[in-house]
Design a protein around this ligand. Structure first.
Ligand code: GLN
Length: 349
């Protein structure tokens, strides 16, 4: 055990050093707006080459089907508001979207009800606990959390309007598809695998019902939530979804308005607060980017007005975030000047 920990910490140090060396290289951070397509593409290629060999982390296995996914899948894609799509690595493999779906179902409820449903209900604060924490629910009886953790997400899914389960489901799937710019489908084996083993999420759903955050039928809410987590996506899909958020809700590839620009800042705020669970603070500190991860290995991140970026690589760190996807997005965003908090000082006379 001690040896394993030592090994893990040597790996962590090596990875951090690699990133530090890479970011100290002479190519200065530029602004993506002034970079040529070739320059942007070469940054993605560099990231792929630099991080592909890292074999830190492990596939999620608490959902049995996720343990079977090829750990070597590694794809990175970036979409600009003017609709240019860049990619490096594997664009063909699809993985289940998992928790990244929490962002889009939350956005759908904001569109239906307005932005106050979360602060008035499950909350908009980081829990500092793992994503499926029951302690976090107990602390404030299902409030003071957020829609990016399972409890808040299942309660959020329960609010999507519809006359029947099919109706609700179709609205959710259609909304995700419009973000991706193509008709997405469910990974049935992943859905079945999680549905057969998600007793903990069922308990979370019922607890949120007990505390009044789900009005009726908590089991249906958990089931639909499980299905939304099983939507299949590739890296390009995720990047187009992120690019749509980076472009104020207008899909830069299809030209379709998917959500109102007015509600996008609140979506991004919640991603920034809790998108990488209990490591959201560390991530924001390093990148400044609102982002969301999923246990399938995907991460989406948004540099508002500049680009949406995504990566897929199934092995996860201890917080449940893809090791390689984090490294790739952090590297690329720094090279492209993606951190929204970074400004060039204006000198006054
Ligand atoms: N479906 C997964 C779960 O509920 C999603 C978790 C995740 O991606 N963090 O456990």
């Amino acid at each position: 055990m001690i040896q394993q920990n030592l090994f893990a910490s040597i790996w962590r140090t090596a990875t951090v050093l690699l990133l530090a060396v890479a970011l100290a290289s002479p190519l200065q951070a530029a602004d993506v707006a002034s970079m040529s397509d070739r320059e942007i593409q070469s940054v993605l290629d560099e990231a792929l080459e630099m991080f592909a060999g890292i074999d830190q982390g492990a596939n999620a296995d608490y959902i049995p089907a996720l343990a079977e996914v090829d750990s070597d899948i590694f794809g990175i894609a970036l979409v600009t508001p003017d609709g240019r799509v860049f990619s490096a690595g594997d664009m063909a493999s699809e993985v289940s979207i998992q928790s990244i779906s929490k962002v889009f179902t939350m956005a759908l409820v904001m569109e239906e009800e307005g932005i106050d449903f979360a602060p008035d209900g499950v909350g908009v604060d980081a829990t500092g606990q793992v994503f499926n924490s029951i302690v976090a629910i107990e602390q404030y009886k299902g409030a003071e959390m957020n829609p990016m953790v399972n409890a808040g997400a299942i309660a959020t899914t329960s609010r999507v309007s519809g006359d029947s389960r099919d109706d609700i489901w179709n609205r959710i799937l259609d909304f995700h598809s419009r973000f991706a710019g193509r008709e997405l489908e469910v990974n049935e084996p992943v859905y079945e695998s999680e549905a057969a083993t998600n007793q903990r999420n069922q308990a979370i759903g019922r607890l949120m019902y007990a505390y009044g955050h789900i009005e009726s039928n908590p089991d249906q809410a958990t089931d639909i939530y499980t299905e939304q987590c099983s939507i299949n996506v590739n890296s390009r899909d995720l990047a187009v979804m992120a690019g749509t958020l980076a472009n104020g809700g207008l899909n830069p590839v299809t030209g379709q308005t998917v959500m109102s620009a007015e509600n996008v800042p609140e979506v991004l705020a919640i991603m920034a607060t809790a998108g990488l669970y209990d490591d959201a603070g560390k991530w924001l500190y390093r990148t400044g980017l609102p982002a969301k991860s999923g246990v399938g290995g995907g991460i989406v991140a948004v540099s508002p007005g500049r680009f949406g970026i995504a990566a897929i690589a199934p092995p996860l760190d201890e917080a449940g975030n893809s090791v390689k996807s984090q490294l790739a997005i952090e590297y690329i965003s720094k090279k492209l000047g993606g951190n929204p908090y970074e400004v060039q000082p204006v000198e006054s006379e």
